[in-house]
Design a protein around this ligand. Sequence first.
Ligand SMILES: *Cc1c(COP(=O)(O)O)cnc(C)c1O
Length: 252
Amino acid sequence: MAVNGDKADERRRELAGRLARVEERIARACDAAGRPRGEVTLIVVTKTYPAQDVRLLAGLGVRQVAENRDQEAAGKAAACADASLTWHFVGQLQTNKARSVVRYADVVHSVDRARLVSALSSAVRSQGRPPLDCLVQVALEKENGSGSGADAAGRGGAAPGEVPGLASAIADAPGLRLAGVMTVAPLSGAYAGRPRAAFERLMDISRSLRAQAPAATMVSAGMSGDLEEAIAAGATHVRVGSAVLGVRAALR
Ligand SMILES: *Cc1c(COP(=O)(O)O)cnc(C)c1O
């Protein structure tokens, strides 16, 4: 037991140090952009790391966590049910997983097609849970056919032109709340290697969306490697995994 306790303590210190460095990066990026620190929320992406790490993070003051696979997330969320965390689902979501995801997720960042909107809506209604916040995931590599399909297909997301229609579908769906937009900096197409330009484009899309739905203010963009660019562009939520938890063993 003493050995386990020491290990947990060591891990806690490691996470605290990494978290502090990420906090510092966020604060500096806000400063550089002339934005108050309070405008940006850190979501820690805990995928591939155990529930024990989630509990340690909760103890360090983390309140927002994200997962990208239902099978892994469901068990972890259950194991941390007493930690008063907000759970974000950020991965590609199959419609047959909607019922499971709405049991623990507070926010789904990866809504990218009408069928998923209906599946989430009926899952929320059948469970009688509070409304589910939904973001439209935008695949900027799908803009005007500028991208290879492979990258887009692998990571999900709707083409920019599909955003207004999907946003209306979410806004009209019982049990769902349209919360904003999300993107992952593209690896292909016109925005490959240009995260700042990609995030600026996402901000344009967000502005158009807010003209139609003023409450849809969330802009989820930026990860360990590009959170500064996202904050400079105007992101309200950054999703940071490896910079807090360490490099993942297997790429997912
Ligand atoms: C894994 C993941 C992240 C975090 O990525 P890091 O590079 O580890 O910070 C953010 N968003 C999504 C959608 C992810 O799948």
